[in-house]
Ligand binder design. Structure first.
Ligand code: PMP
Length: 345
């Protein structure tokens, strides 16, 4: 039987790539999007959840009824909860009280226990979500703390899956890879594999305006003055993640909330791909990069699209939210025409 699986986890990985035909048509390269929303948990994080949990099982760290702990309100939490169900583990997630109720509902729908912790306290306060997760993991026998920002198995998950898939899907023709960096695991692991095959492949990291990753890459120093709050979730950081291998990255491109938001919507309208906010960020970064670098028709560019737009329906795909951010540009795709709603009474 083909395309039939023992359980949902059999669907993780082997995500498809599709050519972008409109949003990047002025750039003379072949551009592919790797659609990580085709994972069963709808994001790239399924790969690290199964990889890290199975590595712990192999080491004998987890036995039936074990508990998996992580600090996340986003895609990683969803993936860990999904893997935990199939493997019979308990999943405890510590999230900040800034997390939207619908996100908490997603996690609980998959059986996770969710601790909501105050966002306003410093990271070393016993009530912070970092400290709560650490404490729960330390006090719970037969448990592991995923710790994705500082776990080399996060990188390894992509080194053993995403990287080889891209190499095979492009038949070794890839010349550039672009990916958003949060933990840095997706890009570091993929780049490590790809550069081993061809050291000339250009690796471009995408960072957020408000994060320190780009300036740290360029100077080796943390520029605290770069830090400010921003809306794109999952991209950029105010600390240096251990899972981000800066030496594998040729260049970082920084994108802002507004450009990434419009580009996210442009991709939906022009390519029919309802991506998450960082999908817009990676395409926006490619556009900015191509304004400063020359591409040829033989170049093969892969952009990682990390997750699905259904998680952003109340945010970037919501006109009122766009307006609340001051994003009321009548943009290239006739914003008012395309996004208007008519109520028939
Ligand atoms: N996009 C989204 C929506 C994410 O949740 C993440 C993970 N933080 C990323 C991009 C970046 O992936 P990574 O952590 O592997 O760098």
């Amino acid at each position: 039987m083909t395309n039939v699986f023992e359980n949902i986890l059999g669907l993780i990985g082997n995500t498809p790539m599709v050519k972008l035909n409109q949003v990047t048509k002025d750039i003379p390269a072949t551009v592919y999007a790797k659609l990580e929303c085709f994972n069963p948990g709808h994001s790239t994080k399924d790969r690290i959840a199964i990889h890290i949990i199975e590595a712990a099982e192999k080491k004998g760290l987890l036995t039936p009824g074990a508990t998996i702990v992580e600090t996340t309100s986003g895609n990683t939490g969803y993936s860990i909860a999904m893997v935990s169900i199939i493997k019979g583990y308990k999943c405890i997630l510590a999230v900040s009280d800034k997390t939207k109720p619908e996100k908490i509902a997603y996690l609980k729908a998959l059986g996770a226990t969710v601790y909501v912790c105050p966002a306003s306290v410093p990271a070393d306060n016993p009530r912070s979500y970092y400290e709560v997760a650490k404490r729960v993991a330390a006090q719970t026998p037969n448990s592991i703390y995923i710790n994705q920002y500082f776990n080399e198995l996060n990188v390894d998950a992509h080194y053993t899956s995403t990287g080889p898939e891209i190499w095979e899907q492009t038949q070794g023709k890839i010349t550039h890879i672009f990916a958003c960096c949060g933990t840095g695991g997706t890009l570091s692991g993929s780049a490590k594999f790809l550069k081993e095959q061809n050291p000339d492949i250009k690796v471009i990291g995408v960072d957020a305006d408000g994060s320190i990753l780009k300036s740290y890459h360029e100077t080796g120093e943390i520029h605290k003055e770069d830090i400010h709050s921003y809306q794109i979730e999952g991209l950029g950081k105010n600390l240096i993640p251990g899972a981000l291998h800066f030496e594998l990255i040729d260049e970082f491109v920084r994108v802002n909330d507004e450009n990434a938001a419009y580009t996210t919507r442009e991709i939906a309208i022009k390519e029919g791909i309802l991506g998450g906010y960082t999908t817009g960020a990676v395409v926006q970064a490619f556009k900015q990069y191509s304004a400063e670098h020359t591409f040829s028709k033989d170049d093969v560019v892969v952009l990682i699209f990390p997750d699905h737009g259904s998680r952003y329906i109340t945010k970037v795909y919501n006109d009122a939210w766009m307006e609340s951010q001051g994003f009321n540009r009548n943009c290239v795709h006739n914003y008012e025409e395309v996004f208007k709603t008519e109520y028939i009474k």
